[in-house]
Design a protein around this ligand. Structure first.
Ligand code: NAI
Length: 246
């Protein structure tokens, strides 16, 4: 049976993607940040996957740390035998206006959102090259496409993912590994629950569909990109934004 690894899958969009790929028949490797609360949430997600009849296991690792990603990739390969799909989902925000942003605040977001994607593309990409098949999907954002005030660190990390996706697609394409990104707009998760009412209503003004998305509406696009139906789609960034900026 095929195996998918999802980073940052203890809550929000990542948890939803894990359950959706379990429904699609993947065994699920759930990466979560090594903290007690993430562990408890991740265990819950694993149980939801097992209830769907697949195997699911937890792999704690801080994806900003290369050595932890290396150990995790080895452990997943040993446990499941193959790694057929990788979803780079883990991400954080540390918003602030550019002129006031301390350097550490910029670097912290780049480390978790961008560097982690390099770690996982390199490590799991090597496994998939040897297998001669694989599906990789990374979570970018509309902030990476259009920019967003107060998010210079986040926008930089998400724009980088789009360039990294195209590069990895070119390097891995001949080995039957597809590499794509999705760029969600405004999705209802703990990350966006933290926004102010003013920020929310401003966002909605720009959305053609005049509503937020549910995380399931991101998971369904990731599911498609991880399926056989998307066998000739690579290097793409699919916007899931309800028509933001159209
Ligand atoms: P969330 O905050 O609900 O979940 C993020 C997950 O990543 C958590 O499980 C967290 O523990 C994990 N994580 C954070 N740092 C980590 C690390 N160093 N190592 C391992 N795991 C780590 O966020 P949400 O909304 O589910 O976002 C998921 C992805 O989708 C992120 O990459 C985010 O940037 C992206 N996204 C979200 C949007 C939204 O509206 N919610 C819009 C566009 C993109």
């Amino acid at each position: 049976m095929a195996t998918a690894i999802i980073t940052g899958a203890s809550q929000g969009i990542g948890a939803c993607i894990a359950v959706r790929l379990a429904k699609d028949g993947y065994n699920i490797a759930i990466n979560h940040f090594p903290s007690d609360s993430d562990l408890a949430n991740a265990e819950n997600v694993a149980q939801q996957c097992r209830d769907l009849g697949v195997e699911a296991e937890l792999f704690p690792a801080n994806v900003a740390d290369y050595a932890q990603c290396e150990n995790m990739t080895k452990a997943v390969k040993e446990r499941f035998g193959t790694i057929d799909a990788l979803v780079n989902n883990a991400g954080i925000t540390k918003d602030g206006l550019m002129v006031r942003m301390p350097e550490e605040q910029y670097d912290a977001v780049i480390a978790v959102n961008q560097k982690s994607v390099f770690h996982m593309l390199k490590l799991v990409g090597a496994v998939m090259m040897r297998q001669r098949h694989g599906r990789i999907v990374s979570l970018a954002s509309v902030a990476g496409l259009y920019g967003n005030p107060g998010q210079i660190n986040y926008a930089a990390s998400k724009a980088a993912i789009i360039g990294m996706t195209k590069t990895a697609a070119k390097e891995l394409g001949a080995r039957n590994v597809t590499v794509n990104a999705v760029a969600p707009g405004f999705i209802k998760t703990p990350m966006t629950d933290a926004l102010t009412e003013e920020q929310r209503s401003h966002m909605l003004e720009l959305v053609a569909m005049k509503r937020y998305a549910q995380p399931e509406e991101v998971a369904s696009v990731v599911s498609f990109l991880c399926s056989d139906d998307a066998s000739y789609v690579t290097g793409q960034t699919i916007e899931i934004s309800g028509g933001l900026m159209i």
